[in-house]
Design a protein around this ligand. Structure first.
Ligand code: 5RP
Length: 236
């Protein structure tokens, strides 16, 4: 625990520190994106520099790639690594079954590909991310820019047909322009309030032409490490 950090950053740091203890020499590690994953990359960089830990990392975004390079972590593409031992990433929500909503940082497409190509996924989070039911956090859906409004209408129609209550399907903005992902796509954030059947919703969304990937991670996460403001970390 550091007196210079806010309780929230201390919680993220505590989870990150515990998670990087699972990284062993020779591993190929997926590196997540976001403010919690930031601490994980920092802690991993320390181990690489101080212990000479020999690993390669596969970043899940251009942001994480830049940070990993600064930290002196060797990075390779997923195709070069082919398969990963472990991915460590944050989440916007996790439920008791360890299903997740991700993509608040706009990187869920690469994050899902990387986590799915890993033997294990560890999520690091502060206690605010734990929910009984997914859906309070708006669900990110990455779509290709071509025909975006037609895709929006199809998403809305599919939600209605499935009886999924949706307040809004909102285009994510960055200033005055649509937010653009690392893959050159746009994101709709779906205000759903509560997701009854995450698996069914995920399948339904990914069937809509124009949808690239949604932020539901079903049966991908193996364990969650929850950090606390006082520096403790618990594993679920
Ligand atoms: C980025 C993500 C992040 O992991 C998620 O948004 C959590 O971020 P943070 O740790 O900043 O709360 O999915 O696409």
């Amino acid at each position: 625990m550091s007196a210079d950090l806010s309780p929230s950053d201390n919680a993220k740091l505590a989870a990150a520190k515990r998670a990087v203890e699972f990284i062993e020499a020779g591993m190929r590690v997926g590196l997540g994106t976001g403010s919690t994953a930031f601490w994980m990359v920092k802690c991993l960089g320390e181990r690489v520099r101080e212990e000479g830990l020999n690993i390669v990392g596969v970043p899940t975004s251009s942001r994480t790639a830049a940070q990993a390079r600064e930290e002196g972590i060797e990075i390779v593409t997923l195709d070069e690594a082919r398969w990963l031992d472990l991915t460590i990433d944050g989440a916007d929500e996790f439920d008791p079954e360890m299903n997740l909503i991700k993509g608040g940082g706009g990187a869920h497409l690469q994050e899902k590909i990387v986590a799915t190509a890993s033997d294990r996924m560890i999520v690091i989070a502060d206690p605010s991310k734990a929910v009984d039911h997914l859906g309070t956090f708006p669900l990110p859906v990455e779509v290709i820019p071509f025909g975006r409004e037609a895709t929006r209408a199809l998403i809305e129609r599919s939600l209605r047909e499935q009886d999924v209550w949706a307040r809004d399907v909102t285009l994510r903005m960055s200033g005055d322009a649509p937010f653009v992902t690392d893959e050159g796509n746009h994101i709709f954030d779906l205000s759903l309030r509560r997701i009854g059947d995450p698996r069914e919703l995920s399948l339904m969304l990914n069937q809509v032409p124009g949808v690239v990937e949604n932020g539901l991670f079903i049966d991908i996460c193996d364990c969650v490490i929850i950090g606390h403001g006082d520096g403790r970390a618990e594993t679920r």
